[in-house]
Write a protein that binds this ligand. Structure first.
Ligand SMILES: *[C@@H]1O[C@H](CO)[C@@H](O)[C@H](O)[C@H]1NC(C)=O
Ligand SMILES: *[C@@H]1O[C@H](CO)[C@@H](O)[C@H](O)[C@H]1NC(C)=O
Ligand SMILES: *[C@@H]1O[C@H](CO)[C@@H](O)[C@H](O)[C@H]1NC(C)=O
Ligand SMILES: *[C@@H]1O[C@H](CO)[C@@H](O)[C@H](O)[C@H]1NC(C)=O
Length: 517
């Protein structure tokens, strides 16, 4: 677009004028070609948040076409899917055809997102013709899903093009190219300012189990595969240098166990589990996600406070419950704008929830909706209705997301917890928060918040002899596995205080944390 036209459009948008019918283009047609920084705020101000949600068009499979739908630009569209023969022993791929016709103007475009639980991709169309999207190879399990449920198609507001382009740059996780260890490391170095220092072997500590006690905290950082990619995103948005946690616990007979929320069972479900130390440790040693693991022993004073009886009772009562997807996102979002590295924002979170609801209706996002309903004191509203209701009450969506989670909220699937909320709730039950228990919501803590708590051993001479045998300079805790040094900036630095971590921003690359947020 010529600069003068861009300027004209900008002026029109910024002065709030809308273009008359006689104009050769519609203001929304222009949004996609504007830079993301301009198009997205403009789009936000032109619509209320509900209008920005992706619109589900339908699901297309090899046996079910979508015969006709109306886009924002093209008023007649069709889609069908052809499966392609596998080359060699793979599962084969597919070609998605999208036929667009009858555009309402010559400048408009339609923007679509295509999703299965295994991939998200997108494309946009200016021309009336049959477009194709080629999927070279289905992932494990994806073909079965696509045969049964199809590929979901979402129509997006055209102004989101810039957002998708920006996301694509930032998040190779969406780009189907796999998410190898080197991309995770490169991403964290570039966007988070993390450093990855190679350790000297051996990479596995010669652990003497007798030196591990109830309440010792396990911090994990996975850097490969699907979990690696997921953790990388979580680290980036929260500023944590680890992506998963677990806790050590001895039973009445002194046997050592590991309590973990997010343990994957045979059926691929993420559950809360209590595993014998030996079983847990051997799973870590063969984990393809290449976990880097540190053991953070409790400070002797905290250890003497730790009530093993109540901790065990809590762990046993939670065993078998599902992983807490609902509180995961809320622990990260504490503020209405201070938690979203660009190009993320509250509306994009809403878009992700919308897509997710379609793909995994029985799963995560219903719980997010449930959590949002709790914030409004409503019941059973779906996301658009929630946004409507919030709008009616004058609460912007970003502010709704920032309302603190309450530890005693019970969801339809019980009191589930994320990995770190599980550990901290156990600490609470065990008495580590003392009299502050009633004024601390552990579901608001990220992993970073947890390892920053001043609960851990601060005297290096008291660490077990097998700790740090090869780390130079020595770490103030025990890294027990991994070929990269697991640094935890600001480890063991903050005494708990009332309403801790309920209003903390988290913006890369510094993740500045105001005192007492
Ligand atoms: C879907 O549409 C394509 C193209 O129009 C056609 O070749 C195919 O037979 C249709 N499939 C079904 C299941 O209707
Ligand atoms: C599939 O083929 C590749 C080489 O083309 C081979 O390395 C692999 O072992 C084969 N897998 C199976 C399950 O046969
Ligand atoms: C591991 O530690 C034990 C003592 O706890 C010792 O006997 C053994 O030799 C050590 N193994 C290695 C490989 O250092
Ligand atoms: C642990 O908590 C239980 C239940 O509140 C209590 O009866 C017990 O005395 C506590 N144990 C210690 C060592 O404080």
């Amino acid at each position: 677009m010529p600069p003068f036209l861009q300027t004209l459009v900008l002026v029109l948008l910024l002065t709030g004028c809308s273009l008359g019918l006689e104009a050769p283009f519609h203001y929304e047609d222009i949004l996609p070609v504007l830079p993301h920084q301009i198009s997205w705020p403009a789009l936000n101000s032109l619509h209320n948040a509900v209008d920005l949600l992706p619109e589900f068009v339908g699901a297309v499979s090899s046996t079910s076409n979508i015969s006709s739908w109306k886009g924002a630009c093209f008023s007649e569209n069709q889609a069908w899917l052809e499966l392609t023969k596998p080359a060699g022993n793979g599962t084969g791929g597919g070609i998605l055809y999208i036929q667009t016709s009858k555009a309402h103007s010559w400048t408009c475009m339609d923007l679509y997102v295509y999703a299965t639980p295994f991939r998200v991709t997108w494309d946009y169309y200016f021309l009336a013709r049959t477009h194709t999207l080629t999927i070279n190879q289905w992932q494990e399990g994806e073909l079965e899903y696509v045969k049964q449920k199809g590929v979901s198609i979402f129509l997006m507001k055209a102004g989101m093009l810039g957002t998708l382009v920006a996301l694509w740059d930032v998040l190779p996780i969406f780009s189907n190219t796999g998410w190898g260890q080197s991309s995770n490391i490169a991403f964290l170095e570039r966007h988070m300012g993390a450093t990855f220092t190679k350790r000297t072997p051996p990479y596995v500590a010669n652990i003497s189990v007798n030196d591990i006690h109830s309440g010792d905290f396990l911090v994990l950082s996975k850097i490969r595969g699907r979990w690696g990619g997921f953790e990388t995103l979580e680290k980036w948005v929260t500023g944590a240098y680890a992506g998963h946690t677990a806790v050590c616990l001895r039973d009445e007979k002194g046997k050592l166990w590991v309590g973990e929320s997010g343990h994957e069972n045979d059926k691929g479900e993420e559950l809360i589990a209590l595993l014998p130390w030996e079983d847990w440790w051997s799973l870590q040693l063969k984990d393809g996600a290449n976990p880097q693991i540190a053991l953070l022993p409790l400070h002797p004073e905290m250890r003497s406070k730790f009530n093993q009886t109540t901790a065990l009772a809590y762990a046993r009562q939670m065993t078998g419950k599902s992983y807490g997807y609902h509180n995961m996102i809320f622990s990260w979002i504490d503020t209405s704008t201070g938690n979203y590295p660009p190009p993320l924002d509250a509306n994009l979170v809403a878009s992700v929830i919308t897509v997710w609801t379609r793909l995994q209706p029985a799963y995560a996002s219903n719980m997010w909706n449930e959590a949002l309903n709790k914030r409004l004191g409503t019941q059973g509203l779906d996301l658009p209705s929630i946004m409507w209701e919030a709008n009616e009450r004058g609460i912007p969506f970003g502010q709704l997301l920032a309302i603190p989670e309450q530890d005693d909220w019970v969801y339809s699937d019980g009191k589930s917890t994320s990995c770190v909320a599980f550990v901290l709730e156990m600490y609470k039950e065990a008495g580590l928060f003392g009299t502050l228990s009633n004024v601390i919501q552990v579901t608001e803590f990220t992993i970073r918040d947890a390892y920053m708590l001043k609960f851990f051993e601060d005297e290096m001479s008291r660490l077990p002899a097998w700790c740090n045998s090869n780390d130079d300079p020595p770490l103030p805790y025990c890294q027990i596995l991994g070929d990269y040094r697991l640094d935890l900036p600001e480890f063991n630095s903050i005494e708990p205080y009332p309403r801790m971590d309920e209003r903390c921003p988290s913006l890369p690359p510094n993740y500045y944390r105001p005192a007492h947020c």
